[in-house]
Design a protein around this ligand. Sequence first.
Ligand code: AOF
Ligand code: ZN
Length: 337
Amino acid sequence: MRRALALAENVRGLTSPNTPVGAVILDADGHLAGAGATAPPGGPHAEVVALQMAGERARGGTAVVTLEPCAHTGRTGPCTEALLAAGVATVVYAVDDPNPVAAGGAEVLRGRGVTVRAGVLADEAEAGALQAWLHATRTGRPFVTWKFAASLDGRVAAADRTARWISSRASRLDAHAFRDVVDAIVVGSGTVLADDPQLTARDADDALRDRQPLRVVLDRRHRVPPTARVLDDAAETLVLDTAVPRFALKALFDRGARHVLLEGGPTLAGAFVEAGCVDEVIAYIAPVLLGAGPAALNDAGINTIADALRLHVESIAPLGDDVKIVGRPSRAARTEG
Ligand code: AOF
Ligand code: ZN
């Protein structure tokens, strides 16, 4: 299962609106016979990729999959049928498929004599490559990661709004690499006016990557000028006439986005936090003091300490002289509803 989880990790960001899934096939003697991951939309599911590699060796063997094999015909045929046709005797998977259209694979397989074990390393799978897609499928809105870089005193710019560079090069590269795994990057018009970012995913040589996340600007007051770099032809851009996070997220979900990166400034971040629409926070904190500059977060509807949005820390890592903190809001009640 760990191998299957790692395979899924490799296709993060490439499969939406489908799930990044990993699959491993063991032959009847328990030896590795096939491995695969979900192809981009329209392409084969992980099980089918792994079965193709295993060929006849799958007969009497075991399929290990990070998600319950689908039982439906969508863009491709049911994985249950592919597993049965290959003669697989045992199927082990981590997480039940929450998509009602595709779910039910375990029952289908059991009904046709296959031994099925569910829930193997389910917690790890839930926290890994499946996380954003599971959240989006269960709630109907994309998983939102809010990312920011700030000084030790929580400022994202100096008083005169200069901000180049607060965080280290290592932090900036790390933050940039995250664009590869998301479906869309959201900013507000204020960020476009202040920084004129291009919001593209680039490799180490600064060349544009083949796959680019959708660039999204929330521009209720039509302030974005036609000359803005975010409107260039390096990637697709969506300018939305709303500042309401829920409307924006619904529009992005309907376009197939399952994981959204919020890179907007303090005002937009405040609106997302207040709406309960931040599911993960990635903070790069640099050892520098700025004093009177804008804070990372503007009004988020938090007026007293009892209302504070507390985060459950997922990881803390040094990056050059900076510290990267990944946290998830622990007040579940605020994230839904
Ligand atoms: C699997 N194996 O590797 C994945 C699954 O439109 P389709 O045909 O691509 O189906 C998409 C749905 O299939 C998706 O919403 C999810 O429920 C399931 N994903 N299932 O058996 C896979 N990626
Ligand atoms: Zn499938």
